[in-house]
Design a protein around this ligand. Structure first.
Ligand code: ZN
Length: 236
């Protein structure tokens, strides 16, 4: 078992949540309905304020990825509400499924599954924000009313996981320009972006519209147009 702690000179962690280490701990084939991936589990010790937190991130690999430039890659943050409970309030589960299907279709790629619920604010705060959204506030305003950032996710561990997998550069499967720039700031070479556009439902359309307008996500307005009339002013 490889227990070597890998340190990358490309890292430049923000103050307050400095990542201390990320190491590979286990790998195994994982048959899924999209094909057989290999699940590589990594343990990252991260500092949140003064507290050390251990997180188990997953690199879900399909095909041969070592040395592949421009590898299709999704950096995905966990979402228990949609992925486990089938919540329709967001498009996380749809995006995860679409990315895995697309990677399998392309023959090679990786999904980095990052353990940071609710755009990094944690499950309890996410549910608090949902309570405010049920009163009519959108996702950005709800976070701000709770004194929380719009997006607190960190991607430092991705650098170590890429090093372990020997992947030199990515094409990132995302609609989120902040995610691209966050990874580039860490030294990850992003050669391009592959859009992940899922069909919204009446519950998620308001949330997606907020992401498009207030968080500059690349989502075509035409995708949301058919549902805008259905949901009216409903903001999730
Ligand atoms: Zn979600």
């Amino acid at each position: 078992m490889n227990l070597v702690v890998m340190e990358s000179p490309r890292m430049s962690p923000a103050p307050g949540t400095e990542r201390k280490s990320c190491r590979w701990v286990a790998s195994a084939p994982l048959p899924t309905r999209f094909g057989t991936f290999t699940a590589h589990v990594f343990r990252a010790v991260e500092l949140e304020g003064d507290t050390e937190v251990e997180k188990e991130h997953v690199a879900l690999v399909f095909g041969e990825v070592a040395g592949v430039r421009g590898l299709p890659a999704r950096v995905h943050s966990e979402c228990i509400t949609s992925e486990v409970f089938g919540s329709l309030k967001c498009d996380c589960k749809d995006q995860l499924d679409a990315a895995m299907a697309d990677i399998a279709r392309r023959g090679a790629g990786v999904v980095f599954y990052m353990r940071q619920e609710g755009r990094g604010i944690g499950l309890a705060n996410k549910i608090r924000a949902y309570a405010l959204q049920a009163e009519g506030h959108d996702t950005v305003d709800a976070n701000r009313m709770l004194g929380l950032p719009d997006d607190q996710r960190r991607y430092d561990a991705v650098v170590e996981m890429l090093d372990h997998l020997e992947v030199p550069s990515l094409r990132l499967m995302t609609n989120n320009p902040l995610k691209v720039s966050s990874l580039e700031r860490l030294g990850v070479e992003v050669e391009g972006r592959l859009p992940v556009v899922c069909t919204p439902n009446p519950h998620s359309a308001g949330y997606l519209e907020t992401k498009r307008i207030r968080m500059a996500h690349h989502l075509p307005a035409r995708v949301l147009e058919p549902l805008r009339r259905v949901v009216g002013g409903d903001a999730e």
